[in-house]
Design a protein around this ligand. Structure first.
Ligand code: HH2
Length: 287
């Protein structure tokens, strides 16, 4: 039996196996890997169904790319992209056709609020709920949140892969995430999942060091999410320039991350990861 991790809502608790998969569903024209592929409602909902059938426990619906240089998306445009998709997935769940959690990948409080109203179960915020209004929304709806690490303040944050100066990247990311978690819990967010922010303002070596020493962040006692899927660090290591061809590299990075402390993997290739995770889970079972 695989180890379980607990996500808490105000009114319920969900237990997921370690190695649970969050499938990426970007409803954007410009995401670095799947941009433009799932812009139409039918294509997006079909992909959500395919990812669920392949083993995703969570579908992460995003309407704004975080790739370096991506244009800022207005609240209206982001809502227009993600709401119909969340409503449709929620509708399929209501009639028993899909069994999956929905997360809203946004840093905008109004988008998070509307997404939660439309049926999203949790919030995935790459800015770590730094904005007090984001903490308020999660507390008000009583939902868990993924707090990702990225250096900067809400005013100065820009999507950047320029490596930030860290003396010890793992200790500093751990301490910054601990402070964000404390802030969120204090505001009444029922539970949080921490994420080191692979590829966000970190060098290749810093990203690798984070994966090698995830256990030090896991020791804070919160579930840990890792999102290395198809990212440019993997391209730099392997020389594979087309991001959609980096799934084998993604699986290698994620399996290593599971060994060092990750609980949930945020991935594009759900089927490939589901196979790999099953084998990893069986290998970890004692006879
Ligand atoms: N990475 C991306 C977006 N959201 N959320 C979490 N929690 N962790 C991550 O590592 C993370 C994230 C970037 O990847 P992707 O969504 O594939 O691309 P884009 O931002 O271009 O849409």
């Amino acid at each position: 039996m695989a180890e379980l991790i607990e996500l808490r809502w105000r009114t319920r608790t969900v237990r997921l196996e370690r190695g649970a998969i969050m499938g990426v569903l970007n409803v954007t024209p410009d995401s670095f890997s799947d941009g433009g592929q799932f812009l139409g409602l039918n294509a997006a909902v079909e992909q959500a169904g395919a990812m669920t059938a392949a083993g995703a426990a969570i579908i992460d619906v995003g309407g704004e790319s975080t790739r370096p240089g991506a244009p800022v998306v207005t609240e209206e445009a982001e809502l227009e992209r993600v709401l119909p998709v969340i409503e449709a997935i929620n509708g399929l769940r209501a009639c028993g056709e899909l069994d999956v959690l929905i997360s809203t990948d946004t840093r905008k409080p109004a988008v998070a609020r509307a997404a939660l109203r439309a049926g999203a179960d949790l919030v995935n915020d790459v800015t770590g709920l730094r904005d007090p209004a984001m903490r308020e929304v999660c507390a008000e709806f009583g939902v868990p949140a993924v707090l990702m690490h990225m250096r900067g303040t809400p005013e100065t944050l820009k999507w950047s892969q320029e490596a930030q100066p860290f003396t010890d990247v793992v200790i500093e990311v751990r301490d910054e995430l601990a402070a964000l978690a404390k802030q969120a819990m204090h505001a009444g967010v029922p539970s949080v999942i921490l994420d080191p922010g692979f590829g966000f303002g970190k060098s290749v070596e810093q990203n690798l060091e984070l994966i090698r020493r995830l256990g030090e962040i896991r020791a804070l006692g919160y579930p840990l999410l890792l999102g290395a899927s198809r990212k440019s660090t993997l391209g730099r290591i392997t020389g594979v320039t087309a991001s959609e061809q980096r799934d084998p590299a993604s699986i290698a990075a994620h399996l290593y991350g599971l060994m060092t402390g990750a609980d949930i993997l945020r991935v594009h290739d759900v089927a490939g990861h589901a196979q790999a995770v099953k084998v990893w889970q069986r290998l970890g079972e004692s006879k």
